[in-house]
Structure formats: C-alpha cells, structure tokens
Ligand binder design. Sequence first.
Ligand code: FAD
Ligand code: MLT
Ligand code: ZN
Length: 471
Amino acid sequence: MQGPIEQFSAILGKQYVLIEDQDKAPYLTDWRKRFTGKALAVLLPKSTEEVASIVKLCSANNIGIVPQGGHTGFCGGATPDNSGKQVILNLKRMNQIYEIDSANQTITLEAGCILQAVQEKAAAQDFLFPLSLGAEGSCMIGGNLATNAGGTNVLRYGNTRDLCLGLEVVTAQGEIWNGMKGLRKDNTGYDLRDLFIGSEGTLGIITAAVMKLYPLPSSQWTTLVATDNIASTIALLNLFQKRATALLTGFEMMTQESLALNEKHFPQMANPLKGNPPYTVLIELSDHESEEHVRKLLERILEEAFEAKLISDAVIASNLSQANAFWHMREHITLAQAEEGANLKHDITIPLSFLDRFIRETDALMRQQFPGIRIINFGHLGDGNLHYNIAPPLGSDPKAFNLAHEKAIHDLVYGQVERCQGSISAEHGVGQLKLDDLRAHKGEVAHELMKTLKRALDPQNILNPRKVVSI
Ligand code: FAD
Ligand code: MLT
Ligand code: ZN
C-alpha cells in the first residue's frame, strides 16, 4: 500500500512533490513574515486534471489543502498551519495564457499566470487588463480572484470580481466545474462564479478564468496635489468625478507621515511637492482622444480646485518616467513599512461621507491611548479604502509593542469602522489573520450563512481549513 507522498508523486512526477525542508521553506512564510507554517509536501501541478486528482487523493486521506499563488497575500491565507499535515498546492506551473479574443474583449488563462505577464500580453495586443497592484510582479491571477484583489484602478474598472466573466474550479470533491463562458450576462440561477471569487481557497481551487479586457488608453496624465485635510480631499475627488467622469482612473491618498516613512527608507522617493503637505493625492486621468484633450481637462480641473481652495500645490508629471516615479512613490509605502519592521495593518472601507469623521476621531483616540504611535494612513481614497496602518513608537521594540497592544488597537479601529458603517476588509481578505475579527464584525446571520455554505461545499473541511470561517 503506497503512502500519500508516493501517490502524489505518481500523479505529478516526483520532482513536483517537494518534501525536503530546504525545498519547502520558500513556500512556508508569508510576504509580511507574520506567519510560518509546516507542510507535509508542496505540490506543483501542471494541469486542472492533476489538481482534481490531488484533491480526490487528499479527500480520501483527509489531508488539508492550502492553495497558493504568488504568496503575496497580507492575511496568511496561503500559509499552512503548524501541524505539518497539510499540503500546499502551488499553481505556478499552470501559467498558460490560452487566448485573447479581440471581438469579445476577453483573455482566457490559467490561474498560475503572474499578473504583470497578463497586463503585458494584453498591452501587446493593444488591450488594457486593468487590475494593478504593488505585488503585480509576483501575485497570480488565481490568487487575485481568490482574494478579490482591488488595487489602484478600482474606481474606474472595479475589483477582480468585476473583471471576471468565467471560471474553472476544482471542487472539494475533486470534480471540475467548467464555468469558462465569456458572457457579460447569464442569469441562470445562483452565481457560482461569484461564490468562488473572494473565497480565499476555502470553497474550491480556481484553475482557469476568462477575464475582461478594455481598449488601451492612448494617453494618461498623472498629477500630485497637496490638500490640507480629508474634507477637501473628498471634495476634490467629487470635483474630478463630476468633471472627468470615466476618465478618472486613479485617486490615491498619502499622508505626511506615510511619505516621511517612505523618504526615510527610500530617499530617492522624496515627495516633489514642497513643504510636506498634510495630504498628498495622486490623480490619474486616462483618455482615448488625445494628449492635448486630457491635459487641458486636467489643467482646467486643477484651476477650479485652486480657486475653490481645495488644493494648495500641484505637480503634473511631464513625461512617462515622472508619472512612473509618482506611482513608485505611492507603491513604496508598503515596502517602507516592511523595512521599518513589524506593523499592524488595517485594510478598511468607509463610506466617503463618514471618512472625515472616521479619521478625525480614530486618529485622536489612537494618539491618546497609544502615545507615540505612528499612523501610516494611505490608500485608494476613490474607493473609500484606507490602509490605516499603525507603526509602533520610535525606539520601541515592534514585536513587543504588537504583542502587548495588537488586540486593543484592532478593537479600536474596527469599533470605529463599525460605527462608521464600514468594512474590516476592503481588498486584502480575511485569511487566518482576521478569522476572529470577521466572526466579531460580520454579523451573526451573515457569519452563519457563510458557515452553511462552507459545510455544503466542503463538508470534510479539507480546503484551506481555519481560514476565513471556522466550521
Ligand atoms: P496568495 O497570497 O498565494 O493567496 C491568497 C489567498 O488566495 C490564499 O487564501 C490562498 O489560499 C488563495 N488562493 C491562491 N491561489 C488560489 C487558487 N488558484 N484557487 C483558490 N484559492 C487560491 N492587494 C490588493 O487587493 N490591493 C493592493 O493594492 C495590494 N497591494 C499589495 C502590495 C504589495 C507590495 C504586496 C506584497 C501585496 C499587495 N496586495 C494587495 C496583497 C496581495 O498581493 C493580493 O491579495 C493578491 O491578490 C494575492 O495574490 P497571490 O497570488 O499572491 O495569492
Ligand atoms: C497598497 O495599496 O499599497 C496595499 O494594498 C497596502 C498595504 O500595504 O496595506
Ligand atoms: Zn491597497
């Protein structure tokens, strides 16, 4: 009688079943280095059929499966537990782009494709694949779908869910569901696709997808502007929404404290706006008409914003490399935080009408209760999505500070989120990090419904156990 390792090897080939410690190590710790687990083996399938066979085998042997893409997630969803009994199913070898359908404006691909490779493939055929985030060089489409990733283009194109038309999924029983139709309308009962998107590997393993494409804009203009407070930043957003409508493709907010941290670790990323304004906003317009058309529009809106005293300074990128530099400055805040050491992340959404109150009240409570803490607040303001991250006081030991205060800080932020009718996860998901917070904040009825779904689709609880919901 063969053991599971021999059986995995029979399905995948021995070299794609990693069992030695040094081979497994790169797959066991998450990007933030918050979670490290153990695994019976790391499995590297090449096809949907192989994934299905693995799932059947795991089901027969009651082995938990942790699906994994680029392992860039922020919530420990792709990291196994410490039992050493789970397997990691990493889809990186399933990286084929099958086709670009120009008439249907879709791209059909396997789940292990790296996001940046998909953007590049689309651009080479004059299409835009709009999903864009700091981890795009290593995250994978399967991971993006499983987390319903957001990023910097959501205010114009929606999040990953909105970009997906079809899915192929291996169920917890090892069946293959082929939902790979590239349809923009399909009201045939329950939407199975939407059920799997955002389920973080707990309901099924996404193996392929049909994603939407858009025409590539012919010109983009990017600007950095200075604002004094959050109320005028929201008024500025509303002005851009009114005047630029669908041409507004980016509206990212960065606080003085976030950019100071950036500059500390990446001096070459200094803010080109003078005088360290309280808020720096990165705004991008994309156009299909002409350079001149969009540039004039941008200048007109900025003039109006100056007159209305919504902004105090502005720099328009004069070329592509300067525009890229603005974006790099924005994207480096996460990296600067990682350089600085352990920190506490809060990826929250608040209705824009409550945002001013949220920030004023929460900042004040935070500084009062935890003197010296640094509030690294930035994010996709156009979506009401704040990355309200907390760094410990300078001079303190980050790990010790987090150990002592993590729960109290999360409770403070999430309590405020609830009062302001927001959500405790905008785009990063739940994973193992927010399992208890989700139980506390989702609402009892919703949480029970989630557990009912999990039990129905994965009664054996083999798909990513103790992530998102615990049954
Ligand atoms: P992983 O981390 O490997 O997995 C994430 C979850 O999905 C896990 O629960 C895993 O089990 C599950 N999973 C993975 N693949 C599959 C599959 N094929 N089938 C079923 N389940 C699967 N996120 C944003 O939303 N917006 C941002 O702006 C953003 N910026 C980031 C910037 C940086 C520098 C970094 C490091 C991360 C950022 N992230 C952001 C978080 C992360 O990149 C996203 O969550 C991304 O979608 C994860 O993709 P991945 O392939 O790395 O997934
Ligand atoms: C980003 O938008 O850069 C990431 O999602 C945020 C983070 O580091 O919290
Ligand atoms: Zn983000």
